[in-house]
Design a protein around this ligand. Structure first.
Ligand code: FAD
Length: 479
């Protein structure tokens, strides 16, 4: 039986046990080997078989399908990649629009996959209210709204007064905001298992409990070693996301310092009765994203729980190692935060707390292209926003491997020369102390405190200092 771990994913604990696919044994051959069984790896494998059914595709997963971020995330299907203001600052509006359009397409692609393969992913799209938690953040919110409208796209964002916000979610914390109808939610572990079924049905060979512990890339072939076997392939796809640093032979593969792991932490309540929802004041089916010194993300699961996370329940391990998977200190403050939003429910205590690794890239864009040689393709680094995008990245990766010229493969950020994190990672923000975060949130932060508040987590401090505007659907303080 697979051990899903107390502080890994809540979502797997809801599902029946599933026998793992057999681990790799002996010496095998494939045309393409995909390493990593998250959304990116599964989508790559699925698309390869759809586009070129004669290609032999094998997927290796170190643990079980959905073990990484893909089985642990909060399930927001949204057109995000990093803070769009950060991208605009780096690359200008026109290129940022192109990224946004790709991200919006990735949401539609997830919907298409769910519908085409009848995936039981509990997908729903009630949208989200984005609301300021103090009046003085309302101006930033309006600026954000106008910036989002400027990006173009298909969204019909609706401005909301405080009264309108509270008619939907009656929390004393909330002020004015806007409604974003384009945010959907999935149950990520169910979705990952659904993709596994699709991949197997299309003839992908899957080996779980099969970590690639050696990758040797020669001029004519690639050899991958696992504890139980060996695979020889023409090409490989690294869909290892935040775990990429753990691969042996980073230099030879050409992926050193392409990404840095960060850990996102979140929580979930027990099932709430209809009466509790009424008492709480949360009437709408939509989710909630707040704007203030810190940003909370909350939504109602399909079985009526509150699931929430925050941009500061976040940890960047130094040096760039994996883990710890969960920081107990966060649990002290996360419940308190929820109580402040919904005092009528207090004290609401979570039934499960967990964390998971995301891959942070220096320019906020995913890496999607060949590294060192045309035999190795990297598809990783959605900066904690890959629920939708990792799927489209998988499709783009398959198209790249097959040499196709498509709108996606010719997008300016695909096959770009990757930026690398500096050796000493001097630009990265330090991990935050939970006590400090709590103190900030407890009180209305006076203006002078804003400079001590967390900068945009997914962007290096120096760029926040350069005055970038905040992310889509999210407002963060900028210095
Ligand atoms: C708590 C949390 C909440 C999040 N919430 C959201 C959200 O609401 N919306 C959103 O858009 N994004 C969210 N994200 C980010 C999103 O989940 C990721 O961007 C996305 O799932 C990345 O998919 P992936 O396939 O690239 O990586 P992963 O899912 O991490 O997959 C990588 C896989 O590679 C495997 N692997 C690694 N090394 C090896 C090896 N040597 N051999 C074999 N296998 C290996 C790992 O075991 C893992 O299964 C969240 C992330 C976390 C952690």
């Amino acid at each position: 039986m697979v051990d899903y771990g107390t502080h890994r994913s809540f979502w797997f604990t809801e599902l029946p046990d599933l026998a793992s696919s057999p681990a790799l044994s002996g010496k095998q051959r494939a045309d393409v080997v995909v390493i990593g069984g998250g959304f990116a790896g599964l989508a790559t494998a699925i698309n390869l078989r759809q586009l070129a059914p004669s290609i032999r595709v094998t997927l290796l997963e170190a643990e079980h399908i959905g073990f990484g971020a893909s089985g642990r995330n909060s399930g927001y299907v949204w057109p995000r990649v990093t803070t769009y203001g950060y991208l605009k600052h780096l690359f200008g509006l026109s290129r940022t629009r192109e990224v946004y359009s790709y991200a919006a397409r990735s949401c539609r692609y997830v919907e298409e996959l769910i519908s085409e393969f009848s995936l039981d992913s509990e997908y729903r799209k009630p949208g989200a209210i984005c609301a300021a938690i103090e009046p003085r953040y309302a101006a930033e919110m309006r600026a954000q709204l106008s910036f989002l409208r400027d990006l173009g796209g298909v969204r019909e964002l609706r401005e909301m007064t405080r009264h309108e916000v509270r008619a939907e979610i009656d929390s004393p914390m909330l002020h004015e905001g806007f409604f974003d109808p384009d945010i959907g939610y999935i149950q990520p572990a169910k979705h990952a298992r659904g993709l596994k079924r699709v991949a197997l049905g299309l003839g992908v060979v899957i080996h779980e409990m099969s970590p690639a512990i050696g990758i040797s890339c020669g001029p004519h072939r690639v050899e991958i070693t696992t504890p139980g076997g060996q695979l020889v392939a023409d090409r490989i796809v690294l869909a290892t996301n935040a775990y990429t640093n753990s691969l042996i032979g980073l230099n030879e593969l050409g992926v050193r310092r392409h990404q840095y792991p960060g850990y996102v932490h979140c929580e979930i309540t027990d099932v709430l009765s209809e009466r509790s929802w009424q008492v709480s004041g949360w009437r709408a089916a939509c989710g909630l994203i707040t704007a203030g010194p810190i940003t909370h993300f909350m939504h109602r699961t399909s079985d009526s729980r509150i699931h929430w996370g925050c941009d500061v329940y976040f940890d960047i391990p130094r040096p760039a190692q994996m883990g710890p998977e969960y920081l107990p200190d966060y649990s002290k403050i996360m419940g308190q935060h929820l109580d402040q939003y919904f005092p009528a429910l207090a004290p609401v205590r979570p039934v499960h707390q967990w964390g998971g690794p995301v891959a942070l890239t220096p320019d906020g864009l995913p890496h999607l292209g060949f590294v060192k040689s045309e035999r190795v393709l990297l598809a990783a680094g959605c900066n904690g926003n890959g629920v939708a995008m990792a799927h489209l990245n998988g499709r783009t990766a398959a198209e790249l491997l097959l040499g196709k010229q498509t709108e996606a493969t010719t997008a300016w950020f695909v096959k770009r020369r990757p930026w690398r994190w500096p050796g000493r990672l001097s630009g990265l923000p330090e991990s935050r102390s939970p006590d400090k975060v709590s103190a900030v949130f407890r009180k209305t932060p006076p203006c002078h405190l804003r400079h001590a508040l967390p900068p945009a987590i997914f962007a290096p401090t120096r760029l926040v200092a350069a005055g970038c505007t905040p992310s889509i659907g999210t407002l963060r303080t900028t210095k």
